[in-house]
Design a binder for this molecule. Structure first.
Ligand code: HEC
Length: 146
C-alpha cells in the first residue's frame, strides 16, 4: 500500500497541504535551480552539481567553486560540440571505431587536467588548436567531472 495522506486520502502529500501553503511550495519548486549550481557543505567544501544533481566538482572555497561552475558550464559546451559525437554525452560511449574507444568518464580521478588534455590530443582525433588557455582549462574541468 503506498502511503496515503489521512486528511485527503491522496497519495500525493503535496495535494494535502493547506491551501495557504501551496504558494510557498510553488515558490520552492520555482526556486530549485534549473542549471548547474554550487552547494556549500558543512565541512567547508563546496560541491558543483549539475541539474541532475550529479557532483561534477569539489571546490575548496566559495570563489573557487563559482569559477569552477563557470568553467564547467563552458567546458560542457565545448565537449558537446567537439567530443560527444565519439565519446557520448557522458564519456562512456565505446561505439566509435568499431567499439575500440575506451570510456573517458572517470579519468579525472586518475589524471591531472594537463594530463587529460595531453591524452585528448594524443590520438589525433580532435584538434584543440583553436582553444585558448581559458577554454582548454574549461574543457579539462568538464572532462575531469565526467
Ligand atoms: C573522431 C572521434 C573522436 C573525437 C571527436 C574525440 N575523440 Fe577522444 N578519442 C577517440 C579515440 C579513437 C581515442 C583513442 C582510443 C582510446 O584510447 O580508446 C580517444 C582518446 C581520448 C582520450 C584518452 C583516453 C585514455 O584512456 O587515455 C581522451 C581523454 C579523450 N579522447 C578525450 C576527448 C575529448 C575531451 C574530446 C573533445 C575535445 C575528444 N576526445 C574528441 C576518438 C575521438
Amino acid at each position: 500500500m503506498p502511503p496515503t495522506c489521512p486528511p485527503c486520502g491522496s497519495g500525493l502529500p503535496a495535494l494535502c497541504y493547506p491551501a495557504r501553503l501551496k504558494p510557498l511550495l510553488l515558490a520552492l519548486l520555482l526556486a530549485a535551480p534549473s542549471g548547474p549550481f554550487v552547494l556549500p557543505l558543512s565541512n567547508g567544501l563546496y560541491l558543483v552539481l549539475d541539474e541532475t544533481l550529479h557532483v561534477r566538482r569539489v571546490s575548496p572555497t566559495a570563489s573557487q567553486a563559482s569559477a569552477d561552475l563557470k568553467a564547467w558550464t563552458t567546458g560542457r559546451d565545448i565537449y558537446t560540440s567537439l567530443c560527444s559525437r565519439c565519446h557520448g554525452a557522458d564519456g562512456s560511449d565505446r561505439s566509435y571505431a568499431s567499439g575500440n574507444v575506451k570510456p573517458i568518464n572517470g579519468l579525472g580521478r586518475r589524471y591531472s587536467e594537463d594530463e587529460l588534455l595531453e591524452r585528448t590530443e594524443r590520438p589525433g582525433t580532435v584538434d584543440l588548436g583553436n582553444l585558448d588557455a581559458r577554454l582548454r582549462h574549461a574543457l579539462a574541468v568538464y572532462v575531469s567531472g565526467l
